[in-house]
Design a protein around this ligand. Structure first.
Ligand code: 4NP
Length: 162
């Protein structure tokens, strides 16, 4: 009988789900495709806040991702739910405030890992700074951090280091 391995599931978490986490979802999905690992991992994104629910990513985030060949325009913001803590293996938070918030909400029965995105990627206990009130340069800076993190996550998925 063939052994079927359930894909490892990753939820990217930020505040609004319109800048950092949809970028992380799009970038990681593309990098997994390029590595031939799409079947090994499932990626989604949410926000801890609800002020942008139903909206597409911020136009500056769409433009920045586009510049790097990643289309995130079809994504729509949704808010983190309690069910997410059962549906995903790991929640990767953009910054320490989000991490704190997500850990407070985690039900005691959940086995999900709730971690800082850059830390889980092996890049140090650092935040992906919120670019929302910043400039195109801030979006580019956030993109670079996310892109580097995604490359490390692809390696973790390849080696099944969860
Ligand atoms: P995100 O960025 O958390 O990376 O999606 C933000 C989006 C919206 C707001 C803050 C950050 N806001 O204050 O509305």
């Amino acid at each position: 009988m063939a052994t079927v391995t359930r894909p490892f599931s990753i939820l990217m978490v930020c505040l609004g789900n319109i800048c950092r986490s949809p970028t992380a979802e799009g970038v990681l999905r593309v990098q997994l495709e390029q590595a031939g690992l799409s079947a090994q991992a499932r990626v989604d994104s949410v926000g801890t806040g609800d002020s942008h629910v139903g909206q597409p990513p911020d136009s500056r985030a769409i433009a920045c991702a586009n510049k790097h060949g990643v289309d995130i325009s079809m994504l729509r913001a949704r808010r983190l739910t309690l069910e997410d803590f059962d549906a995903f293996d790991v929640l990767l938070c953009a910054d320490r405030t989000i991490l704190h918030d997500a850990r407070i909400r985690k039900p005691r029965t959940s086995h999900a890992q709730v971690e800082l995105l850059l830390d889980w990627a092996g890049l140090g206990k650092k935040d992906v700074p919120d670019p929302y009130y910043g400039s195109a340069r801030d979006f580019e800076h956030a993109y670079k951090l996310i892109d580097n993190a995604a490359a490390e996550i692809v390696e973790r998925v390849r080696q099944r280091r969860f």
